[in-house]
Each structure stands twice: as C-alpha cells, then as structure tokens.
Design a protein around this ligand. Structure first.
Ligand code: HEM
Length: 223
C-alpha cells in the first residue's frame, strides 16, 4: 500500500497512471464509436444493440461504467497535479515558451482535456439521462440520436468536440505509450503513425454521425 502511494506521489507514477487510464478509455471510445456506427444499419439495428446493453449485458455495462469513472477520475486528478507540479517547478516562464516538438495537439492538450470533460457531462445529459434532449424517450436510442443531432448548433458542438477528441488522442495516445515505455521518443510529431491513424479513425468515425443526420442520410423510420 505504501509502495502504491509512493508511486502515485511521484511524477513518473502519475504519468504511468495517466497513460494506463488513457489507454483503457481509448479502448472504450473505439468500442463506443463502433456501436454508434450501427446507426447506419437502421433504427432496428441500433436499438437492438442498445437493448442488449440495457438488458442481458446490463451488469457488464455497470461494471464498465464504474471502471470508466474510476479511470476518468484518476486521469483528471493526475493531469491537474502534473500541471500544478510543472508550474511550481518553473515559476518564471521560459523566454522561449513554445516547446521544441510543439504540435497543435500538445499545445491544446490541457484546454482540450477541459473541453472534453465538459462535453462528456453535457453528452450524458443529452443522450443518457435526457435533460438536455428536446424529446428524450428512454431506450429509443436511434430516435434520440437523430432528433438530438438535427439541431444544427448541437451538431456543430459535437463536431467541435470530436475535433478536440482527435487532437487529444493524437497527442495522448502517443504520450501514453511513451509513459508506459512502449514507444521511443520521437521529436517529429509526424512520425507517430499509430497515434495519427487512431486520431483520424476516431475523429471520422464519430463525426460522420452528426454530419449524416444534418445531411439527411440518417432519418427516422417512415420519413
Ligand atoms: C458524435 C459523437 C457521439 C455520438 C453520436 C454518441 C452517441 C451516444 C449515444 C446515443 C449514447 C446513449 C447510448 C444508450 O443509451 O445506449 C451515448 C452514451 C455515452 N457516450 Fe457517446 N456519443 C458520441 C461521442 C462520445 C464520446 C467522444 C465520448 C467520450 C469521450 C462519449 C461517451 C459516452 C458515454 C460515457 C456514454 C454513456 C454510456 C453508458 O450508458 O454506459 N460519447 N453516446
């Protein structure tokens, strides 16, 4: 227990925790994206998939929710603590503020993280509990999805959040592998093919849903 606490208190330990929790969340995000893409198979397909999650697989879903919440909490606390440690270590800003291998992703990582946290809260209130949905019906996932994303400002909000997610994954996936010792340092950000491919696939796989609703490719049955 003491060893675990000492590990968590060290900077390297916090980075490993961020990396490991990040990878767990990435795995779930990819599964969620594949689940959402069932919408292109029609209302019956998506609702049948959701019914399995809400029915026979409900206990598994509850366990996964608990794991995700645990990972998100550790990830956010470690990120805040590392930011504070970083600031305390250099009270005077460097004369040259931009780090050498700065990418749009690394510069927006912290802001993007805050944006994603806000997105997750609003997203759950939109599609899971329904308070932010214009006409939420429990269990009618396809209908909720199409009606929810028909509002242009909402679709735009989702697209902005998915761009933030893409940037966050591009930097974060690579940083996770480095923190866990599975990737070598690469000063040129373009030499991170796994992180780049993952960010593009996830960004595209999620963004296509609000785009499809707005363009009328995904419509309610009978429309
Ligand atoms: C265009 C992008 C997205 C769409 C259309 C979408 C759609 C949905 C829908 C329809 C649900 C409700 C599913 C159900 O009740 O069975 C849901 C739940 C959820 N979404 Fe998303 N999602 C998107 C992106 C994201 C992202 C990027 C994250 C995380 C970073 C996320 C996290 C969640 C979580 C945590 C839940 C609750 C899962 C549960 O009930 O256990 N979503 N999403």
């Amino acid at each position: 227990m003491n060893n675990l606490l000492a590990f968590w208190r060290s900077t390297a330990g916090k980075k490993v925790v961020m990396g490991a929790t990040g990878l767990v969340m990435i795995a779930w995000i990819v599964l969620h994206m594949l689940g959402n893409l069932q919408a292109f198979g029609g209302a019956a397909k998506l609702d049948a998939y959701a019914a399995i999650l809400q029915g026979p697989a409900h206990e598994l879903v509850l366990a996964v929710r608990a794991l995700l919440l645990f990972c998100l909490a550790l990830h956010v606390v470690a990120a805040v603590q590392l930011t504070l440690l970083d600031r305390a270590a250099r009270p005077d800003a460097y004369a040259r503020k931009v780090p050498q291998a700065a990418t749009p992703a690394s510069m927006t990582l912290r802001i993007g993280g805050v944006l994603l946290l806000a997105f997750i809260i609003l997203h759950l209130m939109h599609f899971t509990s329904g308070q932010l949905h214009p006409s939420f019906i429990e269990g009618e996932v396809f209908r909720n999805l199409v009606i929810g994303l028909r509002v242009p400002a909402v679709a735009l909000g989702y697209l902005v959040a998915m761009a933030a997610l893409g940037f966050h994954l591009f930097h974060g996936a690579w940083a996770s592998l480095r923190s866990l010792g599975a990737a070598r340092p690469r000063p040129n950000p373009l030499h991170r093919p796994i992180a780049r491919a993952l960010a593009i696939v996830v960004w595209f796989g999620f963004s296509i849903i609000p785009v499809a609703v707005q363009l009328g490719w995904l419509t309610l049955p009978g429309e």
